[in-house]
Design a protein around this ligand. Sequence first.
Ligand SMILES: *[C@@H]1O[C@H](CO)[C@@H](O)[C@H](O)[C@H]1NC(C)=O
Ligand SMILES: *[C@@H]1O[C@H](CO)[C@@H](O)[C@H](O)[C@H]1NC(C)=O
Ligand SMILES: *[C@@H]1O[C@H](CO)[C@@H](O)[C@H](O)[C@H]1NC(C)=O
Ligand SMILES: *[C@@H]1O[C@H](CO)[C@@H](O)[C@H](O)[C@H]1NC(C)=O
Ligand SMILES: *[C@@H]1O[C@H](CO)[C@@H](O)[C@H](O)[C@H]1NC(C)=O
Ligand SMILES: *[C@@H]1O[C@H](CO)[C@@H](O)[C@H](O)[C@H]1NC(C)=O
Length: 299
Amino acid sequence: MRFVFVQTLIIPSALLLQGWAQVVSPSMNVTNVAIDLLDGSHILHFLDVVDAFGHVSARNPDNSSQFIMSFAVAPALTTSQSLVTYEIDNATAVQLTFNTSVTGDAVPSGFLERFIHSQIYKAFPNITGVVHAHTLNVIAFAAAEIGLRAQMGSAGSVGTLVNGTPIFDFDTLPTSILPEDAPHNLLIGNEALGDALADTFDNGSEVVLMKGHGMAIRGTSVRDTVFRAFYTMQNADVQSTASLLGALAMGGVPPAGLSPRVAMDATVTFESDSLLSRAWALWTAQVDQVPLYVNDLRN
Ligand SMILES: *[C@@H]1O[C@H](CO)[C@@H](O)[C@H](O)[C@H]1NC(C)=O
Ligand SMILES: *[C@@H]1O[C@H](CO)[C@@H](O)[C@H](O)[C@H]1NC(C)=O
Ligand SMILES: *[C@@H]1O[C@H](CO)[C@@H](O)[C@H](O)[C@H]1NC(C)=O
Ligand SMILES: *[C@@H]1O[C@H](CO)[C@@H](O)[C@H](O)[C@H]1NC(C)=O
Ligand SMILES: *[C@@H]1O[C@H](CO)[C@@H](O)[C@H](O)[C@H]1NC(C)=O
Ligand SMILES: *[C@@H]1O[C@H](CO)[C@@H](O)[C@H](O)[C@H]1NC(C)=O
């Protein structure tokens, strides 16, 4: 914490020394969340949860009616100057988070699918982090119409629903949400589609699979949401292997996975500050070794 604190004091004054007077220093809370957002974007790429596509966002810690996410750029390439503050109300850009002289229409185009984020924040007031990713082994489960069930303690937030994680299927949306003449391209590009996705969440899981597309994950911090996204991917690997082994050994019996009590207790343990911090320390050390990733708020 002390390291982060010192960094936040240094950045604004360093920028001012270079003559960028239009840069107002965001609060310490916003800067700390932004540091995690940049690390989170890079970590998700490093760990193969996202590729050229996918995104992570955070609710604005200074204003719960707004969220912060990069404009449309591959997550590996995100820097402080790609972060945008958006209205949750309508997913419109307010300003570049670290350059208040760039506002409204002057902000570079955002992800079409920022409505995934705005509508999840709107539906769930306690949620402060969202990840959307096109993770391959997760897409395989949605394609087979098999929900994920927690198979290991670090993936407890996947949940233990009898039918597994809910699966959002674009093709079954009513025309009131997806009119005939609207593009049927799987993309969550407006509020109605975002609401339909948010409605698919079940209290028993923090994950929704998106058929032909990927997954959406909700969480209570950037670190927590990135952790959930990574371990949802790992869980998909374990569940496929266990299903194949089960097919060989037991005539197709799917793996039972964790019991609800174990999944719940394991989530509390694995998503504690102590274990989350241990994972984050490793992952930030790993992305720091790769020149592709630039966290200009921390380096
Ligand atoms: C910053 O975050 C801390 C911890 O969440 C909170 O207690 C504090 O009130 C926040 N500060 C501001 C100025 O919002
Ligand atoms: C929070 O954001 C909303 C929507 O942009 C805005 O109307 C409100 O004034 C903001 N509140 C503060 C305290 O900045
Ligand atoms: C978006 O929502 C905000 C907050 O409610 C509002 O101030 C703003 O006018 C809206 N913008 C558009 C383009 O609807
Ligand atoms: C902020 O935006 C203005 C206008 O585009 C630009 O001239 C300035 O260089 C930007 N500041 C930084 C720090 O990038
Ligand atoms: C949501 O937040 C409120 C207020 O902080 C709290 O009372 C409530 O228990 C939380 N709900 C969940 C599901 O975490
Ligand atoms: C899910 O949780 C929310 C918030 O805690 C609660 O309001 C709602 O009734 C729950 N829904 C079900 C089906 O249990």
